[in-house]
Write a protein that binds this ligand. Sequence first.
Ligand SMILES: C[S@@+](CC[C@H](N)C(=O)[O-])C[C@H]1O[C@@H](n2cnc3c(N)ncnc32)[C@H](O)[C@@H]1O
Length: 271
Amino acid sequence: MSSKKRREEDEEEQGQGSGTARKQEGLYPLLLMILRMTKNSPYPFWYGETHAGCGRNRKVDCEGSPLTFGRAARDSGKKEINAAFCDINPVAIEELRKYADVLPSDSLFFCQNNADFLLELTCRIRAKEPNPKFAWGAIFCDPQKYRDFPIKALAEFMFEFRKIDLILNLNATLFQMFQGCKESLNGNVPVKHMDKPTRRELIAMFHKKYWLVRNLVGKGHRFTLCYGTNNDKFFHEGKHFLDFYDINSVEGKMIFDALHNVNPDQLEFPF
Ligand SMILES: C[S@@+](CC[C@H](N)C(=O)[O-])C[C@H]1O[C@@H](n2cnc3c(N)ncnc32)[C@H](O)[C@@H]1O
């Protein structure tokens, strides 16, 4: 492989490739829809990012996910928002702070490991909400590698806060590789990836009744944006919205289980 191609694949893997712009294109309408659904509720919308980054994508010069959230929050008209952004890299967090004026007011910035961040957010919700288990909101989790994916902390968080949705940018290639390792060994030999969940096992850990999945993005490692919710109002059997499909529909299975893209037709989100 040429060094240019390897560099491009590396950047894709770091979340800095051309796939980033496509990711934000899917993220914006999803966030807008979730925010609009809670717009008339007097309760605050809790929002957390576990891999916030620096606010801008250097490679393709597009906005990063916190800025996409800032835009969706503004466009939705939702006023009461408690937003918190976490990144383990102090340089990224310092850079992100410079965009505070386009993020919801009083947004918080945390430079720490994302598993600790989810615990911190849990304590804040418990302390501020009269009835924490009814807290509304969303978490955006954007891991690139297995080691930066706070699976256990996220599962605990989602167990406690059933009305907080999960948006997961899933590295489908990575989990496919784990599955491939297990299958090729027929489960007989304990190897490094034996304990890793399959994609279906993974999403089952997050206590969501409904999942939508989006066409895959990326060349080297391929990512699918997954949206998990327990909101019955949201779920319209058999329907799909923009480029998102019910995970158990024919198209959803094609994307999530077979890792094949389907032809998107541009249906609107319901809200
Ligand atoms: C792909 S970038 C984030 C992109 C961002 N979500 C966006 O869409 O603009 C991944 C970020 O995760 C951060 N990160 C990696 N491991 C982490 C961890 N254990 N806890 C918190 N942040 C982590 C990295 O420093 C990096 O800034």
